[in-house]
Ligand binder design. Structure first.
Ligand SMILES: Nc1ncnc2c1ncn2[C@@H]1O[C@H](COP(=O)(O)OP(=O)(O)O)[C@@H](O)[C@H]1O
Ligand SMILES: CC(=O)OP(=O)(O)O
Ligand SMILES: [Mg+2]
Length: 392
């Protein structure tokens, strides 16, 4: 494996990793350490022979899980580590080499992405201790959205809140939107096109991309704005916060927990945050599961329709993320609700595609694509780009 970059995507209770070689068809080893901190923690992945493995990691924390991941890399020493960092705030516009001062600045941004940045910092701390001599790079979810114009990134709030406190829309999932928009431009041959990307994972966001640049997106100051997600509410009336505080005496922490952890698909269905589980339950006539899927799809279609305003021309729509890649019924519902844009699915192609790249429109209206995202490939490429640039 040539000059491999280790990519770390640290969540609150999981670490996704990939060791990605350089070259046109880069080899990779990848895996997932999940349920960290619990007795059922485990590490699963693919080894250098392409075989799947599963290893129990009972009680392991992030540091112990990182050590187990390194054991699995079988002596393939990385030349650098690239980290996903969700929030770069006003200060970080591009991939940045990590040192003590950058880590301190990232700690200061944690309150803007409380589900994500603290976990990203755990991963950074663990790998800096394990590899004190390797260059390490932060690749920000917010970086791709640096091209948003003011009309898209400003809230209708008094100007000093923006100028003095950085209260603006930042947007997230940038590595995914960047990777997928490059990929669809290549596959479709439309480098200059206008695209809508729907990234539908546990967190969900949509992005309008014109000529390769993000021009608007559904997430805002924090990764809570916009679409309905697994456990996050997405948009609610901003008056809800004051109402809950006055009527129910709820604290800010309680409201934060409600909107980040107890809402979305989970809150609507009363059953699960997992789309697979909801589709099964809906097939068995569970009313909450039906409603959750209906609200999820309607709100997504409405957001995509609104985002067309950011594009001089709509060439196509791309679905990605676990739900976007694997749930044909969700794609079908959303496209049906966008029929007045001329969007028409090929039902057979839509049903057949599952976790692979392909076009699913009926040959008229905007092109419709499914493209599996690869945030790790984007982060590895950005890490190399930074380290190979003359200024690094
Ligand atoms: N076959 C499937 N059908 C429907 N939903 C699926 C399927 N496979 C995965 N998903 C959904 O994808 C979501 C997780 O997306 P993923 O991109 O893996 O998450 P993360 O944001 O954690 O990377 C879950 O809601 C899961 O149910
Ligand atoms: C920003 C965000 O929502 O990330 P994730 O989908 O990994 O939760
Ligand atoms: Mg994700």
């Amino acid at each position: 494996m040539q000059d491999p970059v280790l990519v770390i995507n640290c969540g609150s209770s999981s670490i996704k990793y990939a060791l990605i070689a350089s070259g046109d068809a880069p080899a990779r080893l990848a895996g997932l350490a999940e349920r960290l901190g619990g007795e059922d923690a485990r590490l699963t992945g693919t080894d250098s022979r392409g075989e799947r493995f599963a290893e129990p990691l009972a009680g392991a924390d992030h540091h112990a899980a990182m050590a187990a991941i390194l054991d699995r890399l079988e002596g393939l020493a990385p030349v650098a580590v690239g980290h996903r960092v969700v929030h770069g705030g006003e200060r970080f516009h591009d991939a940045t080499r990590l040192d003590d001062a950058v880590v301190r600045a990232l700690e200061g941004l944690s309150e803007l992405a409380p589900l994500h940045n603290p976990a990203n910092l755990e991963g950074i701390g663990a790998t800096r201790r394990l590899f004190p001599d390797l260059p390490q790079v932060a690749v920000f979810d917010t970086a791709f959205h640096q091209t948003l114009p003011p009309r898209a990134y400003r809230y209708a709030l008094p100007e000093p809140l923006y100028r003095r406190h950085g209260i603006r829309r930042y947007g997230f999932h940038g590595s995914s939107h960047a990777y997928v928009s490059r990929r669809v431009a290549t596959l479709s041959g439309r480098q200059d096109g206008g695209w809508l990307i729907a990234h539908l994972g546990n967190g969900c966001s949509a992005c309008a991309v014109w000529r390769g640049e993000s021009v608007d997106t559904s997430m805002g100051l924090t990764p809570l704005e916009g679409l309905v997600m697994g456990t996050r509410s997405g948009d609610v009336d901003p008056g809800l916060h004051a109402h809950l505080a006055r009527r129910l005496g709820w604290s800010l922490e309680r409201i934060d927990r409600l909107l980040n952890h107890e809402s979305g698909l989970l809150g609507l269905s009363g059953l699960s945050n997992d789309m697979r589980r909801l589709e099964q339950a809906a097939a068995e006539h569970h009313a909450g599961a039906w409603l959750a899927i209906e609200v999820f799809c309607y709100r997504l279609a409405k957001a995509l329709a609104a985002l067309t305003c950011a594009l001089p021309r709509l060439d196509g729509i791309v679905f990605t993320g676990g739900i976007g890649e694997h749930a044909p019924a969700v794609r079908a519902r959303v496209i049906h609700q966008l029929h007045h844009f001329g969007a028409r699915l090929d039902a057979g192609a839509n049903a057949a595609i599952d976790g692979t790249e392909g076009r699913v429109d009926a040959g008229q209206g905007p092109e419709l694509w499914v493209i599996p995202t690869d945030e790790e490939a984007w982060i590895a490429a950005e890490t190399r780009r930074l380290l190979e640039s003359p200024r690094s």
